[in-house]
Ligand binder design. Structure first.
Ligand SMILES: *[C@@H]1O[C@H](CO)[C@@H](O)[C@H](O)[C@H]1NC(C)=O
Ligand SMILES: *[C@@H]1O[C@H](CO)[C@@H](O)[C@H](O)[C@H]1NC(C)=O
Ligand SMILES: *[C@@H]1O[C@H](CO)[C@@H](O)[C@H](O)[C@H]1NC(C)=O
Ligand SMILES: *[C@@H]1O[C@H](CO)[C@@H](O)[C@H](O)[C@H]1NC(C)=O
Length: 425
């Protein structure tokens, strides 16, 4: 047996949550980090002009979502506050700068916001402006999916510049190849769309489905690309647990009522459908449902479908999780651990769910404050973005600190000799 962290007791089945064990980050490499992010302006003059006109207010820019495709690491910067010059960006993975400037994707113009206060209707549908994106998803057919919430200055004036819509880019040509505006009947008072998960088999690009989580509408919007049609799925298991709504992150105490947040999809089963493992954010429980339910509009919207959704179990106290992702090769689901400044794992091949079947693969009070997004790429590397979100929202970032990190590690190495490693990888 190999001990993972030399300074910890040598146990494989390390059970955490109740007593937080500080594990230094040895299996995840710090690929990028920033005190503040900057953008790749064509020249210094345009950058200075952008700062003078307050189109760019550096301390108002917080990276949040990530995904990887070939040499591009996509990084979103939602328009939480004014002064975000570009919401959808990437950095090159072949450079040697640890704090590279963000490059707008597909270009500057698409990310452009009108100057001054824009009223709804100023930007027309035909124009391809991307207003605000939280998370993106690269699919097996080399396309980049996102939900543009259409809202600028979320925590301030909350300007809804456009209706929320799904945008899909072709990563080879960088062209916008599809746009779908959510039906107004799918948008409720307070709806907040923070995550998009794409359900696809590589041999059927047109048959893709997208699942968009509405964290305050406690619903999932299912979108079928082939039918260009969407429906709203509701379930009691999408709600938050009030007893799990208290957080303490980076010295900030706050409460969140965020419901259904993330879905991690298994490999397809024999019937062609996958298992969707899901959780509300303010909860320590994990649930599952077959994608057969989501994909069938009749079944998905049938109020008598309650029993199709299953409770897997609880991870234990303090284990509220945000983003999650299933590595198909190992069956391991990785999930963020915001109250523990880390990332946890559970192997979906395990028949059991409970605190003793979880493993905290990383926890670090300095570098892992608010893990906000994670993905596993095609080479089975885990990528994690951490970003001090509560400090950004409730206080303000300390510009002398490194506030944002992007880490990478091989799934094989990360789960080696832990309870998450079930089969030889
Ligand atoms: C947006 O539209 C409003 C009225 O619809 C107009 O007053 C305002 O000048 C427009 N803003 C821009 C930047 O075009
Ligand atoms: C909420 O969290 C804070 C900080 O950890 C703690 O002091 C407080 O007692 C908690 N409140 C409840 C009701 O659990
Ligand atoms: C969808 O679900 C309904 C209700 O369970 C069922 O009758 C129908 O056959 C399903 N449709 C497909 C295409 O599977
Ligand atoms: C890490 O933070 C947690 C909670 O904020 C605290 O209980 C723990 O003692 C900290 N660990 C170290 C090593 O500072």
């Amino acid at each position: 047996m190999v001990c993972l962290w030399s300074f910890l007791p040598c146990v494989v089945n390390l059970v955490l949550p109740s007593s937080l064990i500080e594990a230094k980050n040895t299996k995840l490499e710090d690929v990028f980090h920033w005190n503040l992010v900057d953008f790749n302006y064509p020249d210094d003059t345009s950058r200075r002009k952008s700062i003078m006109s307050k189109q760019f207010i550096p301390e108002n820019n917080l990276p949040l979502g990530l995904d990887v495709w070939e040499d591009k690491l996509f990084v979103t910067v939602p328009r939480w506050k004014p002064g975000v010059p570009s919401t959808l960006n990437y950095v090159s993975l072949s450079g040697d700068n640890k704090s590279p400037k963000l490059i707008p994707y597909p270009d500057w113009n698409s990310n452009h916001l009108p100057t001054g206060r824009a009223e709804k209707g100023n930007i027309t549908e035909n124009e391809m402006h991307i207003i605000s994106v939280f998370r993106v998803r690269v699919d097996a057919c080399d396309r980049l999916w996102m939900l543009d919430t259409g809202m600028n200055d979320v925590v301030g004036e909350a300007q809804q510049l456009q209706d929320p819509r799904i945008l899909v880019y072709d990563l080879h040509s960088d062209f916008l190849i599809h746009s779908y505006t959510l039906k107004s009947s799918h948008i409720e008072e307070g709806s907040f769309f923070s995550n998009i998960i794409v359900d696809i088999n590589a041999n059927d690009c047109d048959g893709a489905f997208a699942y968009i989580t509405d964290i305050y509408g406690y619903s999932i919007i299912v979108y079928s690309l082939r039918d260009d049609e969407s429906w709203r799925v509701k379930h009691h298991y999408f709600y938050f647990d009030p007893l799990s709504s208290n957080y303490s992150v980076g010295g900030v105490n706050f409460q969140m009522r965020d419901g259904i947040f993330s879905l991690a999809l298994s490999a397809p089963h024999e019937d062609g459908f996958k298992t969707a493992y899901f959780h509300p954010f303010s909860s320590t429980n994990e649930f599952s449902v077959s994608t057969k339910v989501f994909r069938n509009k009749t079944l998905a919207t049938d109020p008598h479908n309650f029993d199709e959704f299953k409770l897997l179990g609880s991870r234990g106290p303090n284990t509220q999780a945000g983003a999650s992702f299933l590595d198909e090769r190992s069956g391991v689901i990785f999930y963020t651990q915001v109250n523990l400044n880390g990332v946890g794992c559970w192997n979906s091949k395990s028949k059991e769910y409970g605190p003793e079947y979880q493993y905290l693969v990383i926890s670090d009070n300095e570098t892992f404050i608010f893990p906000n997004d994670l993905k596993v790429d095609r080479e089975n590397n885990l990528w994690v973005l951490t970003d001090h979100l509560p400090i950004f929202i409730f206080r303000s970032l300390d510009l002398n600190n490194i506030n944002f990190y992007i880490f990478k590690g091989s799934v094989k190495e990360i789960i080696k000799d832990t309870i998450c490693e079930i089969d030889e990888y």
